[in-house]
Design a protein around this ligand. Structure first.
Ligand code: GRF
Length: 196
């Protein structure tokens, strides 16, 4: 399975995917931020990588479509990609586009999820991998992972703990998609084994 990954910054989820690549191959990494550490990581792993200027969104989105078409990408992964894609682009790519979000969706779409979980005194926090549709942090949920929130936690500790679990969740989910163990069929997600 050929995969294109879109990033905006640190790229730790990208790195987890690059280390894993079990049954899938990352063919291109694209960042809207020219100084994203994730671009260096892609370079280190010898993967084609591009900076994509987002000033002209239409042009940028056409580039994304061209790349995924040319490279016959089976999947586009948003891994810390901080731009909102147009409904037109998402409709064209659905169901071959997924996102990882640091909350137990449908709770806490958007930013600052760790802080909001703490403010609401939640006992549990987590992350979600989902198919991307035209609404923000929305779309059929594929897999989730959870962590307990303790009295000692702050936003930084939660983010750190969750990130380690995100890496496992994302690589495992993409691996299962590559093996066709998780697929989109008849307008719904099908699991050939127990849901994650
Ligand atoms: C992760 O927390 C991911 O869930 C969110 O953005 C962050 C990206 O981190 N969408 P990294 O760039 O993969 O390190």
């Amino acid at each position: 399975m050929k995969v294109v990954v879109l990033i905006s910054g640190r790229g730790s989820n990208l790195e987890a995917l690059l280390q894993d690549q079990s049954g899938y191959q990352i063919t291109h990494v694209i960042s809207n931020n020219p100084t994203a550490k994730g671009l260096e990581i892609a370079h280190h792993y010898g993967v084609t990588n591009s900076y994509l200027d987002w000033t002209d969104r239409q042009k940028a989105e056409q580039f994304l479509l061209d790349i995924s078409g040319q490279e016959q990408a089976d999947l586009v992964i948003l891994a810390g990609f901080m731009k909102i894609l147009s409904a037109e682009l998402v409709d064209r790519l659905f169901p071959k586009i997924i996102n990882i979000h640091p909350s137990l969706l449908p709770d806490y779409p958007g930013l600052n999820t760790h802080q909001r979980v703490l403010e609401d005194q939640r006992d549990w926090h987590g992350a979600t991998v989902h198919l991307v549709d035209s609404q923000l942090d929305h779309g059929p949920r594929i897999s989730q992972t959870t962590i307990p929130v303790t009295a000692a936690d702050n936003a930084t500790s939660l983010a750190e703990k969750l990130l380690r679990k995100e890496h496992k969740l994302l690589t495992r989910t993409v691996g299962l998609m590559a093996q066709q163990q998780i697929l989109w069929q008849d307008q719904q997600l099908m699991y050939k084994q127990q849901p994650l």
